[in-house]
Design a protein around this ligand. Structure first.
Ligand code: PEP
Length: 263
């Protein structure tokens, strides 16, 4: 279902009025985690000003340590939906448990399946039945074939509105949080008709890497970028080191528009 075979053209996935696919460059931005109404609104305004068309933000935060901030849950979803409506941006947020799919879908325009859940087949089937478009991160140890087969689980439920997202894989390298597998973009586009985004924030793990990795992603043909932004990264409850501030985001948007008009 997700194979490129039989598809002369790659597909476009629509999230409300926003297309993700060939011929457009989609910028998705927002806080890694929803922390408060004020922080989310400020991050969303930064995103909107820079030209982002979708708002990202985590309400359920899967973290490596159980002692790290785990997200605001449903309160976070409410904040995200309100801020999305106020700033005119459809919302993409992660769902980590199949039992929460309906709840998250009642607030979000697009459901995200994170790297840690990329082979949670019960969750994949549940988002497949949700009727919402899905942003599917690549698992940190998933081969490209594994990743596409995860997409197939979603598609099998009748949902072909799946967007793939390369977010770095685990390698022996420790200088970056993960290793951005830039070759995964053209390979996935050759093997599948689904759009492919890149997350330079979770791959590099540091704000200084976001711009160069984004340039690389666009140069190899990614259909867009999803980035973390925060009005005060030094106080962020989650992944502050990789969050862009206002000027970084403007610079990133300027660079992207030099490749293609931002959708
Ligand atoms: C995220 O985008 O908030 C996230 C946790 O990403 P990943 O699943 O790629 O680690």
């Amino acid at each position: 279902l997700v194979s490129r075979e039989g598809h002369a053209e790659r597909s476009t996935v629509w999230v409300g009025p926003v297309p993700i696919g060939p011929g457009t460059l989609t910028l998705i931005a927002g806080p890694c985690a929803v922390e408060s109404p004020q922080q989310t609104l400020e991050a969303a305004q930064m995103a909107r000003e820079a030209g982002a068309v979708l708002l990202r933000g985590g309400a359920f935060k899967p973290r490596t340590s159980p002692y790290a901030f785990q997200g605001l849950g449903e309160a976070g979803l409410k904040i995200l939906a309100e801020v999305g409506a106020e700033t005119g941006m459809p919302v993409v947020t992660e769902v980590v448990d199949a039992r929460d799919v309906e709840l998250v879908a009642s607030y979000a325009d697009m459901l995200q399946v994170g790297a840690r859940n990329a082979q949670n087949f019960t969750l994949l089937r549940a988002v497949g039945r949700s009727g919402r478009p899905v942003l599917l991160k690549r698992g940190m140890s998933a081969t490209i074939e594994d990743w596409l087969l995860s997409a197939e689980y979603i598609a099998q439920q009748g949902n072909l509105r799946v967007v793939l997202c390369e977010r770095g894989i685990r390698t022996f390298e420790t200088a970056t949080r993960n290793t951005l597998d830039i070759s995964a973009v053209p390979v996935a586009q050759r093997l599948s008709h689904l759009p492919v985004l890149v997350d330079p924030s979770h791959s590099g793990g540091h704000r200084d890497l976001v711009l160069p990795l984004s340039r690389a992603a666009i140069a190899v043909g990614a259909d867009g970028i999803i980035v973390d932004v925060h009005p005060r990264p030094e106080r962020a409850l989650c992944d502050g080191a990789q969050a862009l501030v206002r000027d970084d985001l403007r610079e990133l948007a300027g660079t992207l528009t030099s490749f293609a008009p931002l959708m």
